[in-house]
Structures are given as C-alpha cells and as structure tokens.
Design a protein around this ligand. Structure first.
Ligand code: ADP
Length: 344
C-alpha cells in the first residue's frame, strides 16, 4: 500500500491585507511531501516561501484551501490546538542561528532550555541534550558559550535546539544564508544525518543554486504556486560501479531532472524564457503527438475589442484618435476573418 503523505497542501491561498491593499502571497499552491522526505524549497524573493513555512509551522493560517500535516487538518484546529501543534510537532531553524540561542548559556544548556520550559527535568533532559549535541557533531563543544562558537557551529546548536522537543517536522528558512560555502556543507550534512537517523521530515528554504545536491527533491515556487521540481535521477539506474573511483564518478555525475508541476486543475507554469524564445503569449495551439503534447504559438490574433477599447479609454486625449483608427482596422479584419500573422 502506498505510504500516506506527511504534508498535503491543496489549492492553498494566503491573502495579506494591509489597509486596502491585498497581497496574494499563495495563489492555489499544491504540495505533497512524503514522511521522512528532505525537501528543498527555492524561488525568487516574494514568491511565498516564508508564507508557506509559516503556515506549515502553525504560525499563520491560510485564507483558503486545505493543509494537512501528519494527518492533522491545520485549518480546522482551534487556536489552542494550533499552539500545541507548533510547540510539540515543529522545529524551526532561522537564517541567524543565534536567534534561537541564549548568549550566556553553553551549547548544552541552550539545548536543555526548551525542555526545561516544556517542564522536563532531570537525567532524561541531560541525556537527550547530549544525544542531540552528538547528532549535530558538537559533543566536544558542549561547554562552550555562544561567543566561543563559529557561525556554523552556532547554527548546528540552533538545529539541535529546534529538535529538543522531538518534533516530527523540521522547517529551516535560509539556514545557510549567512555562512560561507564550506560551512554550508557541514550544515547540509547535519540536516541529512538528522533526516536519516530520526526520519525527520525536513523542508529547507534556500537561495543556494546547489541545494539539489543536498536534498531528495527541490520544489520551486513562483508567484505563490509550485512551478517546477528538480528530482535526482538515481545514478543507480545505470550499471553498478565496480571500483571506488567509479562510485565517486557516478556521484559527481548525478543527473538532476527539472520537471514542470501540473496542478490539480491541469494548469502548468511554462518557464518565461521558453515562452519568450517562441514568442508565445495569449493563446497557444496544443497538438497531440505520439510522444506527448506539443505547444505551438498560435497565429497572432488581433486583440479583442474589449482590450482595445480599454486601452483607448486609458490613453491620454492626443493618443485616442490613433487608438480609435487601430480599433477600426482590427475590427474590420476580424469581421472579414482576415488574420495576418506578424502584420498586426
Ligand atoms: P518569500 O519568502 O518567497 O520571499 P514571502 O512569503 O515572504 O515570500 O512573501 C510573499 C508575498 O507576501 C510578498 O509579496 C510579501 O510582501 C507578502 N507578505 C508576506 N508576509 C506579509 C505580511 N505579514 N503582511 C503583508 N504582506 C506580506
């Protein structure tokens, strides 16, 4: 039987209202994440990545659509239940790791702090803190205070802190945003190890173009919707490596395939550069071929009378006469069903 998904976002919409201004941060986003998946989330600034993380983390509620995490419907939860969900099921890691840490406490004490706040005490608490410190590879730094740790080490303590209450979901927003690439590698390695050892479902928001190398799958968000996915084509599909050198080579040659996401209503976002290359806009021709569906530019069709009229109405007085002339020409063309590709 297929495994139940851990996260399901179905047609998720989030509208922010400030005074009279509405921003549609999520515009019908669909996303399914399997339990134990390590997922990268990329996309231009303002595309809705943080909004999605805030909703999945129970920090915010969507305006419409549906969202389930670990079998729980986040939309139907009371405020108290959503608070409990956030505290017990989710761990957060932010761009500035130190934001989760107390500067005058040691690494170990920082990890113990959320457990103390949750009412845990005694030997179990110490044991769990030590286990987490080991899981992020910092056992030797247990008694170091924040100022005595490097940026990357602080971020790893922050990851351990996020896990102190044993969450099922780890959400990281640009965790490598402020570190150099060597440090970023150790942080990714930490996420991978935790994902493997604890089966922790992990979402990492990133601007790092190389993130596909460190996660199972990358989804790209554009204009509040999932637009593309990059999946790792298992290098294991080819013949198995017989020497260590071959194994290393296979790893380096790992192939990543970019896929366009088709949403539940059959819509897809075609990359802008593809559309520009073929001058495709407005309408297209779909052709069924043996291998699939071919999208061709439709012959240039004259604007509809409505769009020309509205253009005309918004034109300043002097330009109206010209716009009116064009409208008459186009309407004449339409009446005679004469369409001149490229000449209009
Ligand atoms: P990203 O994380 O991809 O940069 P965000 O999710 O932060 O994108 O933002 C998506 C859109 O929603 C942006 O246009 C942003 O200005 C707007 N937005 C985000 N949070 C708020 C908020 N609290 N109030 C109003 N608008 C917001």
């Amino acid at each position: 039987m297929a495994q139940e998904p851990f996260i399901v976002c179905d047609n998720l919409v989030k509208i922010y209202k400030i005074a009279d201004l509405e921003t549609m941060a999520l515009q019908g986003l669909d996303l399914v994440v399997a339990p134990g998946e390590l997922l990268g989330v990329v996309g231009p600034s303002g595309s809705g990545k943080s909004t999605l993380m805030n909703i999945l983390g129970g920090l915010d509620r969507p305006s419409a659509g549906r969202v389930w995490v670990d079998g729980q419907d986040l939309l139907k939860m009371s405020d108290a239940a959503l608070n409990r969900y956030r505290r017990s099921k989710v761990g957060f890691v932010w761009q500035q790791g130190a934001r989760n840490l107390v500067p005058y406490l040691t690494a170990l004490e920082n990890i113990e702090l959320p457990m103390t706040l949750a009412g845990q005490g005694g030997r179990k608490k110490r044991q769990r803190a030590e286990e987490l410190l080991e899981a992020v590879g910092l056992s030797e730094r247990r008694n170091h205070r924040l100022a005595q740790l490097s940026g990357g080490e602080q971020q790893r303590v922050a990851i351990a802190v996020a896990l102190a209450n044993n969450p099922r979901l780890l959400l990281a927003d640009e965790p490598t945003g402020e570190v150099d690439s060597a440090t970023a590698l150790t942080i990714y390695e930490t996420f991978r190890r935790l994902n493997r050892e604890y089966g922790l479902t992990t979402l990492i928001v990133s601007h790092d173009p190389n993130i596909a190398r460190h996660v199972h799958r990358v989804v790209a968000i554009r204009d509040g919707k999932t637009a593309m996915e990059t999946v790792r084509q298992s290098a294991l599909n080819g013949p198995p490596a017989t020497t260590a050198e071959e194994a290393v080579e296979a790893h380096e040659e790992e192939i990543f395939e970019e896929l366009v996401v088709l949403d539940s209503a059959g819509r897809l976002q075609i990359p802008k550069e593809y559309l520009e290359e073929f001058g495709i806009k407005g309408r297209v021709r779909l052709e069924l071929t043996e291998e699939g569906i071919l999208i061709r530019p439709a012959p240039h069709v004259a604007h509809t009378a409505e769009t020309i009229l509205s253009e005309m109405m918004s034109a300043p007085g002097a330009r109206r006469a010209g716009a009116l002339g064009r409208l008459v020409t186009r309407l004449r063309q339409r009446a005679g069903h004469v369409l001149h590709p490229g000449r209009d």
